[in-house]
Design a protein around this ligand. Structure first.
Ligand SMILES: [Zn+2]
Length: 276
């Protein structure tokens, strides 16, 4: 593994890599920010050899990028990643753009980019002996976790806000998830999930808490870089949500630059639908 450790975004304290680490112990209890940890790698050692290593992997899923992931070996989870970058010339013309490409993440097992993070979380959970996982989510992340847990035979506990849509609840029921509908909003569901997770010893699939989820999500940037011949696009537009996806895309392109594959970081634009 090329992981060198974990570093707190807030106070800068560094820790040894522990596969079950969550937030920064030094920042614990700080109101509003518990100190999110960031996985650090030996980029110098990976300079120039990263493309060869990923080619030699012979894989087309997220584990293709194993040298820049916080796991030592792939697990037999649902196949995630390797999604196409689809040209949209008519939409580009309508928007006055020279070129527009759509990264079609609906090809993933539960039709969502979140599956990239879930693949890493399930890998770490099973490698460390967990049989149950949990998350708080208004939709996609919970559906992703429920789908993977159903496939892998893990217990899945999801905490959703009171306004969760029936369509999403139906998906969760079909996957056999243990569903907790909160009486409050997403923040309340999140607190309830963290409390239950700690009390029961379940493994967390909450982004911005478990530092390893972003590592799965950043593989979408690696794929885009490779599909463009190791060039960064000028601009990437992505949904904001809680910010983790956008942060992960940024980290992915920073890492491609750090290992000498690209020389630019794309401009990132976050968007959010007004509809629920
Ligand atoms: Zn800290």
């Amino acid at each position: 593994m090329f992981v060198t450790g974990l570093k707190c975004f807030k106070c800068g304290t560094t820790y040894e890599m522990t596969p079950t680490a969550y937030t920064c112990p030094a920042c614990a209890g700080t109101p509003g920010d518990d100190g999110i940890l960031d996985v650090q790698y030996d980029y110098h050692a990976l300079s120039n050899i990263f493309p060869d290593l990923i080619k030699k992997s012979g894989r087309y899923d997220v584990f293709r990028f194993l040298p820049l992931l916080p796991i030592s070996e792939p697990t037999n989870v649902l196949p995630v990643g390797g999604t196409p970058l689809v040209a949209a010339p008519r939409l580009a013309a309508r928007l006055g753009l020279k070129s527009l490409l759509l990264k079609d993440e609906t090809r993933n097992p539960t039709r969502c980019l979140k599956d990239r993070a879930t693949a890493i979380a399930v890998t770490l959970a099973t490698a460390n002996g967990y049989r149950d996982m949990y998350c708080a989510s208004a939709g996609n992340a919970a559906i992703s976790l429920a789908g993977f847990c159903a496939n892998h035979g893990l217990g899945c506990h999801v905490f959703v806000p009171s306004e969760a849509s029936q369509t999403r609840l139906n998906w969760l029921r079909r996957y056999g998830a243990d569903i907790h509908v909160s009486t409050g909003n997403y923040d309340q569901a999140y607190d309830e999930a963290e409390r239950a997770g700690a009390e029961n010893g379940w493994y967390s699939r909450n982004c911005a808490f478990n530092p390893f989820l972003v590592e799965g999500k950043k593989t979408v940037a690696f794929e885009m870089g490779e599909q463009l011949g190791w060039q960064a696009p000028d601009l990437i537009v992505a949904p904001v949500g809680d910010g983790c996806t956008l942060g992960a895309i940024g980290k992915g392109f920073r890492e491609l630059e750090a290992v000498g594959l690209t020389d630019e970081i794309p401009q990132l634009i976050g968007i959010q639908s007004e509809a629920i």
